[in-house]
Design a protein around this ligand. Structure first.
Ligand SMILES: NC(=O)c1ccc[n+]([C@@H]2O[C@H](COP(=O)([O-])OP(=O)(O)OC[C@H]3O[C@@H](n4cnc5c(N)ncnc54)[C@H](O)[C@@H]3O)[C@@H](O)[C@H]2O)c1
Length: 368
């Protein structure tokens, strides 16, 4: 009897086999997050070479290092693959892995642009495998509390919704990477990489985004893409009667020394809420009530250090996907959900390229 069947005959849930592709920072975060889940077993890792995979497997204590992607795809112990590689590799990896019948979790951004995101979504749909994006900030308990409050009308009609991601990355961060901040490999800079998490939260809480007017610039680093991006937004969601869109602002940068915790500020007819994701702090200012502060969870250090991320939010996102794989359901952040924040980022880039003109959403994906 297989280990899985043996476990299920004893009433336990057999762990699902998960492999990781990509042996860098995200690969490590994924293994650490998966290890918090009793119903997941990290079977092995593949990288850009057999040697890199072997070194990663040794370092992380994984049972297997795959020589190449073919060897991973042939491993029947692997039900789910986490794609933790640079954005320009996502399409080809997703096409191969989906065709091999593996369910896929693709780290953010799901792709460099909407056209590629659609290729990935189609490839998974055609192969009948599930696709999950990764926006782990949606699982921070304080973010969940804000979502519930907005749905319950606690803030009334939202009229202003802002997102600030003022981080710092030094020159070594960019110089040490062969893909970051290059159009061909990342598709953008501070917005598509760093600010996209908070931007996703903003659109999840108050979206959909209807219109974007944006500007990007490169101010503090010798890089190809932006290290500052700003945009003003019109957002449809959050208002009780939906009669008037909320106004909003995005500021995203890796040029704000020494780096400040990212935060969202939402204002409505019944009061305000400040969600300081970086500090895991939530402040409520509701009319007729005393201000309240909820501080639970370890503050994160990734405003200045990319690796300073605790694994709990990742684990919560992975748990949601594993539940969908087991039940044949749909993960909360499926391919279409993962595409939404990318659409806002692409709208900022298109607006900026046209001199800051307003760009209406939904965007038409452009041919590759
Ligand atoms: N969700 C998050 O909070 C979070 C955090 C960090 C990174 N990321 C995302 O994860 C992805 C990877 O980022 P990173 O920081 O780990 O980068 P990294 O440079 O540290 O690591 C990337 C790894 O992918 C490997 N690789 C490249 N092409 C490959 C291929 N075709 N097949 C197999 N392996 C390949 C490289 O050898 C490298 O080991 C990016 O999309 C990034 O935006 C997400």
């Amino acid at each position: 009897m297989s280990a899985a069947r043996d476990a299920s005959s004893q009433g336990q849930v057999a762990p699902l086999g998960v492999a990781v592709v990509g042996t860098g920072l995200a690969g490590r975060m994924h293994v650490n997050g998966l290890r918090l889940l009793p119903d997941a077993r990290v079977v092995g890792a593949a990288g850009s070479s057999a040697e890199k995979a072997a070194a990663f497997a040794r370092h992380m204590g994984l049972p297997r290092a795959y020589r190449d992607l073919d060897e991973l795809m042939e491993d029947r112990a692997v039900a789910v693959v986490h794609v933790c590689t640079p954005p320009h590799t996502h399409v080809a990896l997703a096409q191969h892995l989906a065709a091999a019948g593996k369910h896929l979790l693709v780290d953010k951004p799901i792709a460099r642009n909407l056209t590629e995101a659609d290729v990935i979504i189609d490839a998974c749909a055609r192969s009948g495998v599930l696709l999950c994006g990764l926006f782990q900030h949606r699982y921070i308990p304080q973010a969940v509390a804000v979502k519930r409050a907005i749905q319950a009308g606690t803030l009334g009609d939202l009229y202003l919704a802002d997102c600030y991601v003022k981080w710092w990355r030094d020159d070594a961060y960019y110089a040490g990477s062969n893909w970051r901040a290059r159009h061909a490999t990342e598709g953008g800079g501070a917005l598509i990489n760093q600010a996209i998490h908070s931007l996703d939260l903003l659109q999840w809480l108050c979206g959909p985004v209807l219109e974007v007017s944006g500007r990007v610039a490169t101010v503090a680093h010798t890089i190809e893409t932006e290290d500052v991006g700003v945009a003003s937004l019109l957002l449809a969601g959050g208002r009780g009667n939906g009669s008037r869109p909320a106004l909003g602002v995005i500021e995203g940068t890796t040029a704000a020394y020494p780096g400040f915790p990212e935060r969202l500020e939402l204002h409505g007819t019944r009061g305000s809420v400040v969600l300081d994701e970086g500090r895991r702090r939530l402040e409520w200012y509701l009319r007729g009530q005393s201000p309240q502060v909820d501080e639970a969870g370890a503050p994160q250090g990734n405003a200045s250090d990319p690796a300073a991320v605790s694994p709990e939010a990742h684990a919560a996102a992975f748990a949601d996907f594993l539940t969908a794989v087991r039940s044949g359901g749909r993960p909360a952040v499926d391919g279409h959900e993962a595409r939404r924040a990318l659409e806002v980022v692409e709208a900022v880039y298109r607006s900026s390229a046209a001199g800051g003109v307003p760009v209406r959403l939904p965007l038409e994906a452009r041919p590759l």
